[in-house]
Design a protein around this ligand. Structure first.
Ligand code: DON
Length: 300
């Protein structure tokens, strides 16, 4: 496995030069474009890693999987009364369809609107519970959020603000939009490593066991929903192409992370900050394709 990781890094590292680190959130522009790391955790708990697999970066949109997990734990399938689970060719920060009279909810929990509507459904201290769940799944009690990135997101989050207020006006969210946004900005600013992502991914890939203290949970329904929704929307408007080429339920974030769950086999975390025009890590996607080809990971 280590040899495969070395080859995959060598083959795909040059691709990072073709992308650009996210800058629409000013604090993200400070990311080092040369960072590149991969971590694989298999269902037996064996860990394989290479490069900057222990370097911290902000989880960004990958947190949408965790907020969906908690919303499903709290509400079951009722979650889908307020957010759909269909694919879209629109970008992750799309807003305009939310104002169409016949559209009653955001298309899926992986776009910003859908994620904000999902976080709104988490009971109690939404952010606190998201952070606690991430710490628990990863076994890493030191995970926290970056105050700098959080404040930067909050200061420049006009588009997300427009989305949340429009959803309040349309009855998709009921609470104060500013309060929900505060939880959303914080959840996106949680700092993780590629190894943390691999641990969350293997947890999902292995059927989400170990959440007994969260009450009676239908684990099969939970992991199936997460894997299915990551497949149809985790890589945004190129999720279909990624499904055909890589074939692994995955979620990307503008911090440069990709979290990929291979059902029954392993979790993968990849980190490389330069992004393509859709907001996905450019080397990260190529690394996932190489790993899928070599390890025969496609679920299709
Ligand atoms: O809401 C935002 O724009 C960011 N906090 C998260 C977006 C994101 O990661 C999209 N990912 N590719």
């Amino acid at each position: 496995m280590q040899k495969i990781l070395e080859e995959v890094v060598e083959e795909n590292r040059p691709l990072a030069k073709r992308g650009r680190v996210a800058s629409y959130i000013p604090a993200l522009a400070k990311a080092d474009p040369n960072h590149l790391g991969i971590c694989i955790v298999d269902v037996n708990g064996d860990i394989y890693k290479i490069g900057d697999a222990d370097v911290k970066f902000t989880i960004q949109s990958i947190s949408k999987v965790i907020s969906l997990m908690l919303a499903l734990i709290d509400n079951g399938e009722k979650v889908f009364e307020k957010v759909g689970r269909e694919g879209t060719e629109d970008p992750f920060n799309t807003l305009y369809k939310l104002d169409f009279p016949h559209i009653e909810k955001p298309v899926n929990p992986m776009i910003n609107a859908g994620a904000i509507a999902t976080t709104a459904q988490i009971k109690g201290d939404k952010f606190g519970r998201i952070l606690e769940l991430i710490r628990r799944i990863t076994g890493n009690a030191d995970i926290d959020y970056s105050r700098e990135v959080y404040l930067s997101e909050k200061a420049t989050g006009e588009k997300n603000r427009a989305i949340a207020h429009l959803m309040k006006a349309r009855g998709i969210i009921e609470e104060d939009p500013e309060e929900i946004l505060d939880h959303y900005f914080k959840q996106c600013s949680i700092e993780v490593t590629a190894c943390d992502l691999a641990k969350i991914a293997v947890f999902i890939a292995n059927g989400c066991s170990g959440l007994e203290s969260y009450g009676k949970i239908d684990r099969k329904t939970l992991s199936r929903n997460l894997l299915a929704i990551m497949t149809i929307g985790g890589m945004y408007n190129v999720s279909g192409q990624y499904a055909a080429q890589v074939g692994v339920p995955s979620k990307s974030g503008v911090g440069g992370g990709i979290m990929a769950a291979v059902p029954g086999r392993m979790g993968i975390g990849v980190f490389s900050p330069p992004l393509d025009e859709n907001g996905n890590s450019i080397a990260g996607c190529a690394i996932m394709k190489s790993l899928s080809d070599r390890l025969d990971l496609s679920i299709f």
